[in-house]
Design a protein around this ligand. Structure first.
Ligand code: ATP
Length: 317
């Protein structure tokens, strides 16, 4: 099915005869595959008598040759469709695949956010990226790691034209109040000894509409007005991740704390910190050397950390 898509991706008309000849299958088999592409991948295809078939919009697919040829040369698994790249990465760890390695997909059927929330992941529009690392230096190596991933994503976005990208604790990347990327870290093994951590990253790249996303969002294309080649984004993101993670692993999160705070969009804002049914209101002072959030609560500085916490703005300050 993807070989047919590769022929159609230029967005031009192709006759059924030419497509059949190129793939060595009949015109009726081409017709079936086209229907499958529409139904399965949600793509819209124009069918015009006498001219042939044309994708409603050109597509840029992920290209393993382009990606694998760029540093840091992590082994890559590239999938057309998967439940979730993080889930596949965790399965690969349990099969014994040695880290570091990268799992990418053109779409996710059950893309996930924190606390079981859904990450909307249409075909070939965005980036669904999971990097697996082996951590054997104990808890210290994990300190602030999810914030470090946010920094790397933000840097990659800025380099590729999204000047307004900034951070929201603990690991959202926003442009203004709109979410452009989500990060989900998942861990297997013993964090105090040897473990594997999956750094799951979803970035909205060329997506222009998504009725299912139930909060404000944006994409690189909506911000820059241009279609972005996801292969270039993979290369840039991998380079940024490698460089930030190297610094964090060698020197600890504390050396990145000031840079993270300087890019925190909600620094000084009045927020609610949500922990399940509990809510604490305060003003964001910053973070500490481990990446925990520091809030001024009723005149006193308090520090909070943990994977189950979310920040919400309380005002328009
Ligand atoms: P937090 O709890 O950190 O404040 P959050 O509510 O944004 O973050 P996440 O787990 O980071 O939650 O992401 C999942 C949420 O993101 C979903 O509940 C949905 O509102 C939103 N979402 C889902 N898909 C996308 C997407 N492609 N782009 C932007 N936002 C999305």
């Amino acid at each position: 099915m993807l070989s047919l898509l590769n022929l159609l991706k230029d967005g031009r008309f192709h006759s059924g005869q030419d497509l059949g000849a190129a793939l060595g299958i009949s015109r009726s088999a081409i017709w079936k595959q086209l229907q499958h592409l529409e139904a399965e991948l949600g793509l819209s295809i124009h069918k015009v008598r006498g001219r042939g078939y044309q994708l409603a919009a050109p597509l840029m697919l992920l290209d393993p040759l382009k990606i694998a040829g760029a540093p840091p040369f992590w082994p890559i698994t590239l999938l057309d469709s998967i439940d979730s790249t993080n889930a596949e990465a965790l399965r690969a760890v349990s099969r014994g695949q040695s880290a570091p390695f990268l799992v990418l997909a053109e779409r996710q059927l059950s893309g996930r956010g924190r606390r079981g929330r859904k990450w909307v992941s249409p075909f070939a529009e965005n980036l669904y990226y999971s990097l697996v690392l082996r951590i054997d230096g104990g808890m210290r190596q994990l300190e602030g790691l999810s914030l470090v991933v946010g920094l790397a994503v933000m840097k990659a976005l800025r380099k590729l034209g999204v000047a307004g990208a900034g951070l929201k604790w603990p690991n959202d990347v926003l442009v203004g109040n709109k979410k452009i990327a989500g990060i989900l870290l998942e861990l297997v093994g013993d964090p105090a000894d040897v473990c594997h951590v999956v750094l799951g990253i979803g970035i909205n790249v060329n997506m222009q509409s998504a009725d299912e996303v139930d909060q404000q969002w944006t994409s690189m294309r909506l911000e820059s007005g241009q279609m972005c080649d996801r292969n270039i984004l993979v290369a840039e993101l991998s380079e940024q991740l490698q460089s930030f993670i190297c610094r964090q692993q060698a020197e600890g999160f504390k050396v990145l704390r000031a840079e993270w705070e300087a890019n925190h969009l909600w620094q000084g804002r009045t927020v609610s910190l949500i922990a399940g049914v509990n809510q604490i209101d305060g003003v964001v002072l910053g973070i500490d050397n481990q990446g925990a959030i520091r809030l001024m609560v009723e005149g006193e500085e308090k520090v909070f950390s943990g994977g189950e916490l979310s920040l919400r703005l309380r005002d328009e300050s």
